[in-house]
Design a protein around this ligand. Structure first.
Ligand SMILES: C[S@@+](CC[C@H](N)C(=O)[O-])C[C@H]1O[C@@H](n2cnc3c(N)ncnc32)[C@H](O)[C@@H]1O
Length: 352
C-alpha cells in the first residue's frame, strides 16, 4: 500500500468493528477513498459490496485493482507472466527519469528508467482495464518502496533515503474476492445518487486541512495518466496542480462543501472520520449530522506523526525544541437509527 497522508491505517480495525455491528448493511460507499484501505477492509472483512470514489486518477486505479476486481475472476498465472515480462524490460531514459530523477531527485535514475520502460509497456500488454489497473498498482507500489521522500511529493529528501538504492521490484497486489466498483468523481456530485444505488452506509473521510492531495501525490497522478505534463518548481509538480485545488482544502469553502455533502446524502447510515487538527470542530460536525439522524461520536487517541515525536532540531542535529503536542485525536462520528447503541458496544469491545 502506498504511503499516504491521512490514510486510515490505524483506524481500519475500529471502522470494521463499528460497521460490522450494524445490521443489514450490504453495500457501502467510501466517498474519499485515497489508498482504498477502508474500502478494501469493508469488502474483505465484512463481505460488503463497496463503491470506492475519489477525484484522483491514481485512487481510481487503486480502486479498480482492489475494490472493483474480484480476485476469483482473475487469471493469476497470466498476471504473473506479465509482471515478469515488465520486470525484465531494458531501461528507457524517458519523462520520469528526466523529470523525477534529474530535475528532481525522487528516484535513483536506474529505477526511474525502469519505471519509464514499464509504464509504456503496461498499455501494450494489458488485455483489459482490470489488468491495466492491477499492473499500474503494482508499478505505483514498487515505485513507492524506492522513493526518496517522507511520504509526500511536495519535496524530496536532501540526502537519498536508504530505500531509494533498492531495486524496483514488481509484486502482484493482494487482490480481494468479492464485488465492488471504482468511481472518479467529485464527492459532492456523486453523493445525491447513492441512496438510489442501494448504498446502506456512506463513509466520509475528506481532506481536513489546506494540504492538497493533488500536490502531494502528483507523481502518482502523472504515472497513471502518462500524459507527460509541464511541471513547475523544485518539486516538479504538474502544472494543473495549481488549478485543481479541492474545496475541502480551503478554510473558507470547506464547511459549505461538507455541509452540502451531508445534506445531499440519503443513505440510512453515515460514518465520518475527522481529526482534531482539521478545519471543523467536533461540535459543529455533531450538530450537522444530528439533523440527518441519531449521532454518536468516538474519540480515538493516537501518537502524532513521527516528526512531532522526535522534536525540533537545529542543522547540526541538536534538539532545540518540542512541538506543541505529540498526540492527536481522530473522531469517528456514526449517524443512523441506533448510532449510540452501536458505538457504545464498539467502544466497550475496543477497551475490553
Ligand atoms: C483524507 S484522504 C482519504 C484517505 C483514505 N481514507 C485512506 O485511508 O487512504 C482524502 C481524499 O479525498 C480526495 N478528495 C479531495 N477532494 C475531493 C472531492 N471533492 N471529491 C472526492 N475526493 C476528493 C483526495 O484525493 C484524498 O484521496
Amino acid at each position: 500500500m502506498i504511503k499516504y497522508l491521512g490514510s486510515k491505517r490505524r483506524l481500519v480495525p475500529r471502522i470494521v468493528d463499528i460497521v460490522g455491528r450494524i445490521p443489514d448493511v450490504r453495500t457501502a460507499c467510501d466517498l474519499f477513498t485515497g489508498t482504498t484501505r477502508v474500502a478494501q477492509a469493508l469488502k474483505r472483512d465484512l463481505g460488503l459490496h463497496v463503491i470506492a470514489n475519489d477525484v484522483a486518477s491514481y485512487a481510481e486505479v487503486l480502486a479498480q485493482c482492489y475494490v472493483a476486481t474480484d480476485a476469483d475472476m482473475v487469471d493469476v498465472g497470466e498476471l504473473r507472466a506479465k509482471l515478469d515480462h515488465l520486470a525484465a524490460l531494458p531501461p528507457v531514459d524517458g519523462y520520469v527519469t528526466e523529470t523525477f530523477c534529474r530535475q528532481a531527485r525522487y528516484f535513483q535514475p536506474r529505477n526511474g528508467m525502469r519505471i519509464d520502460a514499464i509504464r509504456a509497456e503496461i498499455d501494450v500488454v494489458a488485455a483489459n482495464p482490470t489488468e491495466r489497473a492491477i499492473l499500474l498498482t503494482s508499478l505505483m507500489e514498487a515505485a513507492d518502496r524506492v522513493d526518496s521522500t517522507t511520504g509526500v511529493q511536495m519535496a524530496y529528501l536532501k540526502q537519498w533515503a536508504p530505500r531509494a538504492s533498492n531495486d524496483l521490484e514488481l509484486r502482484l497486489p493482494e487482490l480481494i474476492a468479492g464485488t465492488g466498483s471504482a468511481v472518479r468523481s467529485d464527492a459532492n456530485e456523486l453523493a445525491p445518487s447513492l441512496a438510489a444505488q442501494g448504498v446502506d452506509l456512506t463513509y466520509l473521510d475528506p481532506p481536513y486541512n489546506q494540504h492538497s492531495y493533488a500536490g502531494n501525490y502528483h507523481i502518482w497522478e502523472t504515472l497513471v495518466r502518462n500524459d507527460a505534463p509541464e511541471t513547475y518548481g523544485i518539486a516538479r509538480k504538474r502544472i494543473d496542480v495549481r488549478t485543481s485545488r479541492s474545496d475541502y482544502n480551503s478554510r473558507v469553502r470547506a464547511w459549505d462543501a461538507f455541509s452540502a455533502l451531508v445534506e445531499s446524502i440519503d443513505t440510512p447510515w453515515l460514518l465520518v472520520s475527522f481529526s482534531d487538527e482539521g478545519f471543523f470542530a467536533r461540535e459543529a460536525i455533531t450538530e450537522l449530522l444530528s439533523q440527518h439522524g441519531e449521532t454518536a461520536v468516538a474519540p480515538i487517541d493516537f501518537p502524532r506523526y513521527v516528526g512531532a515525536q522526535i522534536g525540533i532540531h537545529d542543522r547540526k542535529g541538536a534538539r532545540v525544541g518540542e512541538v506543541s503536542h505529540v498526540r492527536n485525536t481522530e473522531f469517528l462520528f456514526l449517524c443512523g437509527p441506533n448510532a449510540n447503541e452501536v458505538l457504545a458496544l464498539s467502544s466497550e469491545a475496543a477497551t475490553a
